[in-house]
Design a protein around this ligand. Sequence first.
Ligand code: SAM
Length: 176
Amino acid sequence: MIDFILIVTLCFSLLALLWGVGLLWGLVQTRVPCISTHRQRADEMIRCANIQPQHNICDLGCGTGNILFQAHKEHPKAYFTGYELSPVVCWWARLKSILLRQPIQFLRQDFFKANLSDQNIVFCYLFPKIMQRIETEIWPTLKPGAKVISHGFPFPHTKPSHTIMLGKIGIFVYER
Ligand SMILES: C[S@@+](CC[C@H](N)C(=O)[O-])C[C@H]1O[C@@H](n2cnc3c(N)ncnc32)[C@H](O)[C@@H]1O
């Protein structure tokens, strides 16, 4: 019995270590920690998106995919993609997608190297420097009518179509 408890403890410790190293590895690569958007804010972002069944929706730096899972539950016919560079976080999101039977595509890819010109809705929760790069490199490539919905950090130069303040934190909506 003690052997069994030891083996289980060892397995959990190994998994926790793998998770920790993976998070650290992701942080070194992207310089953005994997922090999930709070449920209430995710709901607000999804409401602002006004998702339609034919829409392509992506989350740039999706973490464990919380926003996408929530949005997919409400709009199962739309097509969802998450981009995430951190390997363990991306594998976890893929595993969740299988276990929850929610067909969401999770790509372990730098979103700056992706073609996002077919996306209707782009979610993000990143840092100001990255928002600046998104504004110059991704925003001009999006199609007319596409929306960028950013949690916490606005584009430095483009004015949002509207802003929702939840406490001190803003949700910034941009429409092309
Ligand atoms: C603050 S978390 C946000 C998670 C999720 N979007 C949410 O709101 O719940 C930001 C994530 O972006 C990822 N990330 C940052 N830069 C990236 C890049 N260029 N390509 C892919 N993922 C990136 C980080 O690894 C991190 O997990």
